[in-house]
Design a protein around this ligand. Sequence first.
Ligand code: UDP
Ligand code: MG
Length: 346
Amino acid sequence: MTTDTPTPDAPATESLSIVIPMYNEEDNVAPLLARVHEGLAGYAGPWELILVDDGSTDATVARLRDEARRYGSHVRVVTLQRNFGQTAAMQAGIDHARGTVVAMLDGDLQNDPVDIPRMVARLVAEDLDMVAGWRKNRQDNLWLRKVPSRIANRLIARITGVHLHDYGCSLKVFRGDVIRDVRLYGEMHRFIPAWVASLTSPARIKEMVVNHHARRFGESKYGLSRVYRVLLDLLSVYFFMRFRARPGHFFGRIGLVFGAIGGVALTWLLGVKLFLGEDIGTRPLLLVGILFVVMAVQFLTTGVLSELLTRTYFESGTTRSYTVRPPRGEQPEPGWKQPAGRAARA
Ligand code: UDP
Ligand code: MG
């Protein structure tokens, strides 16, 4: 085999939930379900497929329901009331997932479900918390998609300290207990590895080369506006990864710098006035000094306020400042697609 990592000897038998968000993907429904079943045919554990319809306005829901009926109770359809966006749809899927392992991928057949068993096997064999797909041979437009994505990946890796080649690849496999602790909203789905790394050790996040295909049906839901969205989200990821529990340090640092500059300027002017007896009332430096001191006060008080908010947040009783590593390998409840061999024996 020519995979980037050797496939472990023992196949994984963890209960697996596969989560797929779908928004106006009517022509992808049937081939996607066929491909998932093809790809998972050899999976040695029980699995379920959770298809989240994100308020589609075409025939996606009807087709999802038809296909779910055809394949059986391990295929579950979650229909959202309206289009909430990819991140929310993924969260809805995670909320319905019962597996000890959760796999996520796109519903447009750009990701290949065939990769999932391999990724799960590695997750279990190496006791990882997340395995991300790397679309090494990516089938998208070079200048519109691949180049901006490469720059973004470098930036995200540097800022978050999680070194992956491909943050944007939706095909990812997680420990259920870890991904359930991450709350996804806004457009956070592009930074899931970073949020996961804030709950577990970055050493337990690895990547694997996966297949990638060009979109055959339907169209991409995002345009070039993705660039500014990523930049803004990067800023908040940076802030939350470093200063979530001590925002006062972030604002305080800026406040202290401004305060120091303003303080030096005003002290200088005071010296000029006292010792040289010059008139300082019309000097631009006076205005600059006062402005910097005022800004310093603003930043420092913002810092204190943010610390107050952090206290409310952590002392509300629902939020912990740590995460515990739970025991692995619980048994699943009924309602799973049992592997062919095991069902025959039962
Ligand atoms: N998607 C969704 N809700 C949205 C936009 C997208 O559920 O509001 C789904 C979409 O159906 C697809 C996946 O998210 O399964 C990725 O979307 P897309 O292929 O448009 O993104 P790209 O591959 O261009 O990043
Ligand atoms: Mg796509």
